[in-house]
Design a protein around this ligand. Structure first.
Ligand code: PLP
Length: 366
């Protein structure tokens, strides 16, 4: 969490209910309104279009479930999505199919991790979605083109921008999207705070019923301190975006060159444009879970694409959708660099990586 966000959070942690009609409630409301204004301004949205939620996951759910319900009332059931979306989207779409009669058109995914087959968007659908950039590979997606095709077909369109906000420019009004999800902790804000940008029309039907806060889309007393902290973090992230991007791009290039030079057989997972600070490698034959443990033991925090469920390491659904073989996919490693990453950090990883992959490859062959 950025210091500016911690400071804002601490300053407003004692605020009362912003819906209260007493003076203290009105003060809290003013802080909330200002936070909404700042966030709207930074993301190209009107303040009224900014909805505070509890996470990126919740924003995705409110948008997809809500827009689906709005369209269902008009007799539409088709949902268009890529299987390489974040679980917050993939599982929601699967659930709509299992419980609410959705007919899903899953888009094909290229070997570079990009959603393809966008012609599917020419046919009107209940709701369609495309993320800005993938959270595992970092691959930037054709969200603009997809949004435009959806608008032309009259299909409500949702963008999961959770990985992108704070790293690349986002202008909601320039996009043909109906809704957009972001998450504060991705740009140095507090965990447990999401943003949903939602146009006035078509409006998602509420998925949670209650007091009608946040335009009825997210009932529940709003967390003013977290809203203010989110606004502070986003202000800083956007202000330093260009400078940080230049710095992080250099560091990422140093990391990629260093790793590929030292580890025979290693490759970058995708060759197209990726988010700043994203490096996703495949070390065929290595055991990804073991790589994480070995790196962790020397103070390097990394992640694989594989999900660990009930002690069984499975290949990531994203790599599967890209058609990556199991041997390559189980040896995936995702390294991300951010505002706190230094050249020394990068050199430490490069120094360790060969030994780590060697050990994890022996284990992978057992
Ligand atoms: N969507 C994407 C692309 C993400 O990367 C994440 C989290 O990593 C989410 C959604 C979920 O966000 P949250 O952790 O705030 O629920």
């Amino acid at each position: 969490m950025r210091q500016s966000a911690i400071d804002a959070w601490v300053r407003y942690a004692g605020e009362l209910n912003p819906a209260g009609q007493y003076a203290a409630g009105r003060r809290a409301h003013a802080v909330l309104a200002e936070s909404r204004e700042i966030i709207g301004e930074l993301l190209g949205a009107d303040p009224v279009e900014v909805v505070f939620t509890g996470s990126g996951t919740e924003s995705d759910n409110i948008a997809l479930r809500g827009l689906y319900r709005t369209s269902l009332a008009l007799g539409k059931r088709r949902v268009v999505a890529s299987p390489a979306e974040h679980s917050a989207v993939v599982e929601t779409v699967k659930n709509l199919a299992a419980t609410a009669g959705a007919e899903v058109s899953w888009l094909p995914v290229t070997e570079d991790g990009v959603a393809a087959g966008l012609e599917a968007l020419r046919e009107p659908a209940a709701v369609a979605t495309c993320m800005m950039a993938n959270n595992e590979t970092g691959a930037v997606q054709p969200f603009e083109q997809a949004a435009t095709l959806a608008r032309e077909a009259g299909t409500p369109f949702h963008i999961d921008a959770v990985q992108a906000v704070g790293k690349i420019p986002v202008d909601f009004h320039k996009l043909d999207a109906t809704t957009l999800a972001a998450s504060a902790h991705k740009f140095g804000g507090p965990r447990g705070t999401g943003i949903l940008l939602a146009r006035r029309s078509p409006v998602p039907q509420p998925t949670v019923q209650g007091g009608g806060q946040e335009r009825g889309l997210r009932s529940g007393t709003v967390d003013v301190a977290s809203a203010a902290a989110t606004a502070a973090a986003l202000t800083e992230a956007v202000a330093e975006m260009d400078r940080e991007r230049e710095r992080v791009d250099k560091l990422t290039a140093r990391l990629v060159t260093g790793v590929l030079e030292r580890v025979p057989g290693a490759r970058l997972t995708v060759s197209g444009p990726v988010l700043p600070g994203h490096a996703h490698f495949l070390f065929p034959g290595a055991d990804g879970a073991l790589m994480i443990m070995l790196l962790d033991s020397v103070g390097i925090a990394a992640s694989t694409g594989s999900a660990c469920a009930s002690g069984v390491h499975r290949m990531s659904h994203v790599l599967e959708a890209m058609g990556i073989s199991r041997r390559e996919g189980m040896g995936a490693l995702r390294l991300t660099l951010g505002r706190t990453t230094t050249e020394e950090d990068v050199d430490a990883v490069v120094h360790q990586i060969e030994g780590v992959v060697e050990k994890a490859t022996v284990a992978g062959a057992l």
